[in-house]
Design a protein around this ligand. Sequence first.
Ligand code: MYA
Length: 203
Amino acid sequence: MTIEAATGESRITALCALSQQVRELMDATALTDVPEDELEAITADVAALTARLRAVARETPQPFEFAPDGTLRHLGNAVTGAANPHALPLVVTSDGESVRAELSFRPLHEGPPGSVHGGISAMILDHVLGQAVVVAGFAGMTASLSVNYRKPVPYGVPLVATGAFTRKEGRKTWVEGRIALTDGTVLVEATGLFVTPAAWLGE
Ligand SMILES: CCCCCCCCCCCCCC(=O)SCCNC(=O)CCNC(=O)[C@H](O)C(C)(C)COP(=O)(O)OP(=O)(O)OC[C@H]1O[C@@H](n2cnc3c(N)ncnc32)[C@H](O)[C@@H]1OP(=O)(O)O
């Protein structure tokens, strides 16, 4: 994979702002109680905006690229990408050994009444564990992800997701992580096996 340097920063800023506005639209849609005729009018307005965006479109989201400060970013990522409305977006930081992200789920992430869908928690952990693999100096695709749901995950509450390397064997890297309340109460735990495809190593 060739990674290019980013161009057009002001356009990227505008795209990220649009994505944030769409997140707010999604949140508002999930919670609205306006009357039916207003729903129909809004649906027509949103359809018109969708058509304007599709007037000039690409087939894939924003790619991996080097930001002007030299850091690697992936603005189209479904979990972290600021230019992808699907993303929280999650901001993952590292102390060089493990990774950490502060997050808060929203009502539109609901699965069971009043708590977050288990697949959403697994998605977050998949990503956090994947970044833990990168921080350990490797890269790979998720081969398996094992998730233990200890307690329901609330939305609208500050949470912390963490991940860390556990061991390595050939192209296989094992990592572990969790989502917890800020007082340390563990809600969801996961272990993951990430495999570096042979092709990535030129084998
Ligand atoms: C470039 C910059 C990157 C920056 C990244 C930013 C962070 C992003 C973070 C994003 C995070 C999000 C990440 C995502 O969302 S990744 C998206 C979700 N994952 C996928 O789509 C992966 C799909 N699967 C594959 O591509 C292949 O199956 C992989 C690559 C996984 C292995 O295919 P490969 O052909 O290479 O495998 P192999 O047959 O030679 O086997 C090799 C070894 O592995 C062992 N094995 C294989 N599979 C399994 C399994 N299921 N359980 C247990 N073990 C398994 C196997 O026994 C063998 O062991 P051994 O016999 O050698 O002991």
